[in-house]
Write a protein that binds this ligand. Structure first.
Ligand SMILES: NC(=O)c1ccc[n+]([C@@H]2O[C@H](COP(=O)([O-])OP(=O)(O)OC[C@H]3O[C@@H](n4cnc5c(N)ncnc54)[C@H](OP(=O)(O)O)[C@@H]3O)[C@@H](O)[C@H]2O)c1
Length: 341
């Protein structure tokens, strides 16, 4: 069988397709025939050497990249009761985070970063490292749930977002478009920013009620305040990081919640003033993807709510480098997917 490996992290060109022996499932494990994968912003860092806690590529190469995939169970090892051959499953981003608060052990089980990922034709995982894919989704659609989908779900549910409230979303990448779709399912009003008017139009078609072009209007926080009659938004799904955090605080209402998720503006060099956190009694909550239980909850919500993940473009298994380059370009809206199908 074939799988992608990064032996020496020298950029996207270091993703190479290799022939290896078929893996076999041991006790408690399942063998998956992988059908589709989705890429996340974090995947771009692995061909550059990873990031703290996700540096297998530096310490124990090669690294099999990518955390998010969907496939069919081909065989199960002794003791597996969760799944049977023929079942459709998706991967858990953290292989060892069942429920509750994240632990060091869970963090050390992040696919495609801390440990080998799933960009392979066949993969062996612990049965507890997979969940059943929603019946309503194709393999390609289901492959988008483990990281971007779950992160958006964790952000909104852990912030106790509820119908009638409003949420500010930043940009139109994977996490933000999932947050848009989930927020609409949950009955929230969505204000979203983007650098592209075309993308903002697509966001309106998905149900965003207010849009702000953050290139034309760098004071998007003031615009968000105006859109909420000066009160501020109830929630921010903060994917920009240090370069956007100060404005996110300004855009929030008193007692509003900021879910800290991303670093799209780069690793922290700026220090946004913490004063607004105090004066406005803001709640800042770190989000690190989510647990297996939360992924199961998301799958139920997707199934019951009829949510169809937004796939911008699908690449073939032989076109992985092109898929990475496309994600890197930032031209996408929603998710970039790789399919064997
Ligand atoms: N903590 C966690 O658990 C977790 C989980 C998933 C992702 N993340 C992080 O969250 C971030 C987003 O991940 P993703 O996979 O959704 O990324 P992505 O799909 O690659 O999103 C890229 C998009 O972000 C938008 N963007 C870039 N710079 C921006 C800025 N200054 N202000 C507003 N929007 C900006 C752009 O949208 P437009 O083209 O519309 O302008 C761009 O197309 C990344 O930093 C990622 O590492 C964290």
């Amino acid at each position: 069988m074939r799988r992608y490996e990064i032996r020496e992290p020298k950029g996207i060109a270091s993703l190479s397709l290799c022939e290896v022996e078929n893996p076999r499932p041991g006790p408690g494990q399942v063998l998956l025939d992988m059908k589709a994968w989705s890429l996340n912003y974090r995947d771009l860092s692995m061909p550059r050497g990873g990031y703290p806690g996700n540096e297998k590529v530096l310490h124990a190469p090669p690294l099999v990249p990518v955390s998010d995939g969907a496939g069919e169970v081909l065989a199960v090892g002794p003791g597996v009761t969760e799944f049977a051959p023929g079942d459709r499953v998706i991967t858990c981003f953290f292989q060892s985070w069942e429920d509750g608060e994240v632990t060091s052990e869970a963090k050390a089980s992040a696919l495609g970063g801390a440990i080998d990922g799933v960009l392979a034709e066949r993969v062996v995982l612990s049965a507890r490292g997979c969940v059943a894919a929603p019946q309503s989704l194709s393999f390609e659609q289901a492959s988008t749930l483990p990281c971007a989908g779950l992160t958006a779900w964790a952000a909104l549910t852990e912030a106790h977002a509820r119908a009638g409230q409003n949420v500010l979303l930043q940009g139109t990448g994977g996490v933000s478009i999932f947050a848009l779709q989930l927020a609409k399912l949950m009955g929230l009003r969505v204000i979203i920013t983007s650098s592209s008017n075309d993308k903002l139009e697509r966001a309106r078609q998905l149900g965003a009620s207010d849009t702000i072009n953050y290139k034309d209007q760098p004071d998007w926080d003031e615009q968000a305040l105006k859109l909420t009659a000066g009160v501020g938004v109830d929630h921010v799904v903060e994917v920009g990081g240090a370069g956007t955090l100060g404005r996110s605080m300004n855009a929030c209402r008193m007692g509003g919640t900021i879910s800290l998720i991303g670093v799209l503006t780069g690793m922290p060099e700026q220090n946004p003033s913490p004063l607004n956190v105090m004066w406005k009694r803001l709640v800042m909550r770190g989000i690190y993807v989510g647990s297996r239980r939360q992924l199961e909850e998301l799958c139920r919500a997707v199934q019951v709510g009829g949510l169809l993940p937004v796939i911008d473009k699908t690449f073939g298994f032989e076109q992985v480098q092109e898929a990475y380059r496309y994600l890197k370009s930032g031209a996408h809206f929603g998710k970039v997917v790789i399919s064997r199908g």
